[in-house]
Design a protein around this ligand. Sequence first.
Ligand code: ADP
Length: 419
Amino acid sequence: MSGDGKRGVAAWSKLPRPSSTLPLDLTQVLDLVSSRAMLLGQADACGLFRYDRTNRAFVLWRASGLDQVFSERIRHIRILEVETVMGSAIRQHVPVAVSDIMELPNWPLRDAAVEAGIRSVLVVPLVRAERVFGTLVLMRREQAEFPRRTVDLMQTFANQSVLAIQNARLFREIEDKSHQLEIASQHKSQFLANMSHELRTPLNAVLGYTEMLLDGVYGGVTGEAHEILEYVQANGQHLLALINDVLDLSKIEAGQLALVLDEYAVQGVIEAVVSVAQPLAQAKGLDVQVNIAEDLPLGRGDERRLTQALLNLVGNAIKFTDAGWVTIAATAIGDLLELAVTDTGPGIAPADQERIFDAFQQVDNSSTRQKGGTGLGLAISRHIVQMHGGTISVESTPGQGSTFRIRIPLQAGEVMEAA
Ligand code: ADP
């Protein structure tokens, strides 16, 4: 009956390996450890006992080879750390073998084990770097010494098992944490969406009254007061744009940004963008050129959102360019519509060209940082374009300028419904 290490190793190598490459959960790891320990140690049963730090006691975790009644019985026995074999195994960090359990007057498990026909046990500590996990207890019906090689083998096996147990626990913690993070992120998006909505109402009132004051509805406002009111209006509009971006981003993150599909004329989209961008460009002395290919067919998509995406690109081109020009070009490439915005601005280093499309990402150099912004525009544009089944990309040479390209299907309807 008693085996040696060699036979144990042979049995180990024949054990089926788990087929999945996914990490095993804790219960699977414990089952595997106890069943393999039983085979390796040529024992009749194996119990894994968890160390309960608060009560300084051991509780049965999982077992192999034990009948249900015995398992249930020992699950309810309090095995204290003091004056037990398990306690001394974890204190000394070495396995303790007991060839005849009748010699253990104080072992709380003794009577139950004897009734179940157990005569000898080997208690192996499950410890790592002073952290106590519990014990692995090999049980035999035979009343005999455990061979030295088995004891050594079990010690090595226990060390490996502790690692597996620790990994499974960490994996479970990571899963729990990711789940908590996901929930927290949903709460954050919801909070941002609610807040942005609540902020817009009073801000719109401020903007509305400012406009009426400027229009002289409440009597003439002249001179410096008029100028100050214009500042209020400009800053209010800027704040509104920022709030709208945050609202859009939170809608995107909450999966609530819906497109309104209709037919649109590409010229209409570009005209809307130019009407907003032209005064900004003029103020900086930049030339805005528009090249729209002739005979462009009507497109199908969300005109307001596409205008927003293009305006973000043109707005950036003007914001970051200090001298030269900005071009907006529209062409059809097969079934695709391409909108390209080119500028003679500072350009973007290759290392930054991918990440600027992520939310809150800005090129970390003083010249672009100075220009202000939130780093949300490109993330929102990319999402709008992707919802249309399209792509957005950038080509740029630092020091020479950049070209941002949107490519979307001219008929984007079906892709949108699937998105
Ligand atoms: P924001 O403009 O609010 O910072 P965006 O998401 O629109 O946010 O842009 C992210 C970053 O990409 C900008 O901060 C800037 O560093 C860089 N960038 C975008 N467009 C240009 C451009 N035309 N030229 C140079 N840098 C640009």
